[in-house]
Design a protein around this ligand. Structure first.
Ligand code: BGC
Length: 782
């Protein structure tokens, strides 16, 4: 069935239109049977299909509740779905109905996959594994009859380490997000499921998340908070966008015309639909007018919309436009003829398991490996301890939570390879039973939680105390101590660090996380993840320390563009581990940084050579940063503009080519309200992390460019005065016009920020202006 969208709209009544732009159930849109407009199901699934929501939706429809999905009966059934034997008769009856319903969708029992969280995906620096994970999500969404998969992905920037949903997002670095996130979108949509990017925009905290008013500079929005969304729209071609709960500079995102219409549609050319976050529409008519097409959740009455149209307060064309966008999405979901049909479920199980494993093994980061403790050799005795000893926590809670019985176990993964080792598991270790030479693997857990920001950056008191005890024991006992951070974000481990032989960060790694970690620890795989967020030494060091989570319902993004490494490097505050850092089992050399010109206008090509200088295979992420040594706008010391993960055998080398475009050199200038790349010298840096100590090569290049920054009569007096060549030309220009030099000298004292043209004593002669412009154009920008 293909819609004739215009015809369908013309046949719809006002009531039907107003109903379509509002949810009909908690996770469902409105159905118009007579026009064959089906109800789409929207369900969360950034890390896997959210069964809690699926069951809740089924329950609310079956029981005709008002759409609320939480009660203790359904909760018991969800929590024990994989252990029905513990349910009482009433619960078992509901369980049977839900299972029967699922079987109508899937044919036989199928548990959803739990994939790694966004923060681990960020750590992969591998677009391909993100794509494969997206495709797997899409397949399972098809299987369960979900049309719009919410949070695929959540790409809100890692602004503050304590953000409750930080783990859902990919990174502090907008360029990394922009390269990875569109791949997830493409993977999901390849399967005929509409992806959904959220939360648009700048949804960076849980404290007062509904209604918090964020004061954010235009520049920070453009450079930090919007690029990931833009990439998902322009490259990923995402079909749906979710408007966020928060307000930006006083305007709720769901009612923000600048955001939803001028930027998203006007500038980025988006033609999909905007769905509100659940309960984020505060004023239905204002939201619709601003470009928010669907208010969720339902059921919600369309009456305010009908009334507004009838009173002439809302042009029906605005409603029609929203309906048109919704129908386009419905059309896509119902006519995905090229898309994968989930016919062979056995294969799907295998494919999704593989995708989860590959992503986890690409994203697990090794931060420390003293004296080659890893990979472990066969025969090493191991005790796994800590709050995650029995189970590595695979995902956070809330919309990104997944309820499944698909899992992996670290001890089993280690045992598979270390056939001569003893592997014990004990959450609380008996200190007297530690053997000399043993490797104690301490798994510390900090689970991520929607709705709740973390209180501090410390380990839990249980893990903190037990780990400290083990560290102290190292003074008298000869064993190796490994810390595995099974966490939702950065942690302050400064107290223990010196005593640790090895540190791994597995974040919330999904159902295959323990298998991937075990294989990395035993050398079946090598670690190749890199931190997608800087780990500060202490929370007080963070750029947002004084501005998070704000005061009441107000938060000031006072750090501006200085998020993550942009801040630490500028302020020369040494973090524990920089963005982009991660070790492998080998070493690399990055040499031969070559650019194809010394000077360029539109783009410049370059290359480096990466060589594996160690004894084992491994992967390096070559990171290309741009630094602007002298600039009109204040800028970070450097910014990431390209990366590539290179897998190499021992001794192997490869040339990596890259192209940098003029836009990569630009910053958003709030005064001119546009992106501008200033003429002048730039340094291109090839590095293995953002840490200044990890810079391998640097080359200087000159960008020739005429724009608002070019020297001329609209330069500021200060710019002309502070360059000796320009100063001379300015004085000549003054004399040519017969003006008293005193004017410009005096004016400098009072008005260095004024434009030259603003202080002309009279109209200058045309010839003198031409001569001045020709002369200043020749002066090089430093
Ligand atoms: C969350 C969204 C989620 C929605 C639907 C909201 O509370 O903020 O991320 O997609 O609920 O579950």
């Amino acid at each position: 069935m293909k819609f004739d969208i215009r015809k369908t709209i013309s046949e719809m009544t006002l009531n039907e239109k107003a109903s379509l732009v509002n949810g009909a159930a908690f996770f469902e849109m409105f159905e118009i049977e007579r026009l064959e407009v089906p109800a789409l199901m929207l369900l969360d699934g950034g890390t896997g299909i959210n069964f809690e929501q699926l069951f809740g939706d089924f329950y609310s429809k079956a029981e005709h509740t008002d759409g609320s999905v939480g009660n203790s009966l359904i909760t018991r059934v969800i929590e024990n779905y994989y252990h029905p034997e513990v349910l009482n008769d009433e619960e078992k009856a509901l369980y049977d109905r839900i299972r029967e319903y699922l079987l109508t969708l899937t044919g036989s029992d199928y548990s959803p996959s739990c994939f790694p969280s966004g923060i681990l995906l960020g750590a992969t620096f591998e677009p391909e594994v993100v794509y494969e994970m997206g495709a797997s999500l899409g397949k399972e969404a098809r299987l369960f009859g979900i049309n719009i998969l919410l949070g695929t992905p959540n790409i809100n920037i890692h602004r503050d380490p304590l953000g409750g949903r930080l783990f859902e997002g990919f990174s502090e670095e907008p360029y990394l997000v922009s390269r990875l996130a569109p791949e997830l979108v493409k993977g999901v949509q390849k399967m005929g499921v509409a992806a959904n990017i959220k939360h648009f925009a700048a949804n960076n905290q849980e404290t007062n998340r509904v209604g918090i008013n964020e004061t954010i500079s235009k520049r920070a929005l453009q450079e930090i908070y919007l690029p990931g969304f833009k990439a998902c729209v322009t490259e990923g071609r995402a079909k749906t966008v979710m408007s966020a709960y928060n307000l930006i500079n006083g305007v709720p995102c769901s009612e923000n015309k600048w955001l939803l219409t001028d930027t998203l549609r006007g500038e980025w050319g988006y033609d999909g639909m905007v769905v509100s976050d659940w309960g984020a529409v505060y004023h239905p008519v204002e939201a619709l007018s601003a470009g928010n097409d669907l208010a969720m959740p339902g059921p919600v009455s369309g009456k305010p919309i009908v009334d507004a149209v009838e009173k002439g307060e809302l042009p029906v064309e605005v409603l029609d436009l929203a309906v048109e966008r919704l129908l386009r999405t419905i059309d896509f979901c119902k006519n995905n003829k090229d898309a994968y049909i989930p016919e062979v479920r056995e294969k799907m199980y295998e494919e999704t398991t593989k995708a989860a494993y590959e992503a986890a093994s690409a994203g697990i980061v090794m931060l420390k490996n003293k004296n080659g403790t890893y990979p472990l050799s066969n025969g090493t005795d191991i005790t796994i301890t800590g709050s995650g000893a029995e189970k590595i926590v695979p995902c956070g809670t809330g919309s990104a939570g997944v309820n499944t019985d698909r899992t992996s176990v670290l001890a089993e993964a280690l045992n598979r390879t270390l056939t001569d080792s003893s592997v014990k598991v004990n959450r609380f270790i008996d200190e007297n039973a530690i053997n000399s030479g043993e490797n104690i693997i301490y798994i510390a857990v900090i689970g991520g939680m929607e709705g709740n920001d973390r209180r501090d950056m410390l380990l839990s008191s249980e893990d903190g105390e037990n780990l400290a005890r083990l560290c102290a024991l190292k003074n008298t006992c000869d064993f190796k101590l490994t810390l595995v951070l099974n966490v939702c974000g950065p942690v302050d481990i400064s107290e223990y660090e010196e005593k640790l032989d090895a540190v791994f960060v597995c974040f919330l790694p999904g159902m295959e996380g323990a298998n991937a970690l075990g294989d990395i620890m035993t050398g079946v795989r090598y670690p190749s993840g890199k931190l997608p967020i800087t780990f500060p030494k202490h929370y007080e060091d963070t750029p947002t320390f004084l501005n998070f989570p704000g005061e009441g319902k107000e938060v000031n993004y006072g750090e501006g563009i200085y998020v993550g490494y942009r801040y630490y490097e500028k302020k020369k505050i040494k973090p524990a581990y920089y963005f982009g850092f991660g070790l492998g089992y080998t070493t690399f050399e990055i040499t031969d940084l070559t650019l194809d010109a010394h000077e360029f206008e539109h783009e410049i090509n370059g290359h480096v050579t990466v060589r594996n200088t160690g004894e084992r295979e491994g992967a390096e992420v070559v990171q290309i940063y741009i630094s602007d040594p002298v600039s009109t706008l204040p800028k970070p010391v450097k910014e990431l503009k390209y990366f590539e993960k290179v897998k190499l055998e021992a001794g192997e080398s490869r040339r990596i080519d890259f192209t940098l475009k003029e836009r990569d050199f630009a910053s958003f200038d709030p005064q001119h309200d546009m992106w501008l790349a200033e003429e002048g010298y730039y340094d291109i840096i090839a590095a293995s992390s953002a840490d200044p100590d990890d810079e391998h090569q640097r080359a200087r290049v000159y960008l020739k460019n005429r724009n608002q920054y070019s020297y001329g009569i609209d330069s500021t007096v200060k710019v002309l005065y502070e360059n000796s060549e320009l100063h001379k030309l300015l004085l000549k220009f003054w004399t040519d016009n017969g003006w008293d030099r005193q004017v410009v000298e005096t004016n400098y004292q009072y008005t260095p920020s004024r434009l030259l043209s603003e202080i002309f004593p009279s109209e200058p002669s045309g010839d003198s202006v031409d001569a001045f412009l020709r002369a200043v154009e020749k002066v090089r920008h430093l």
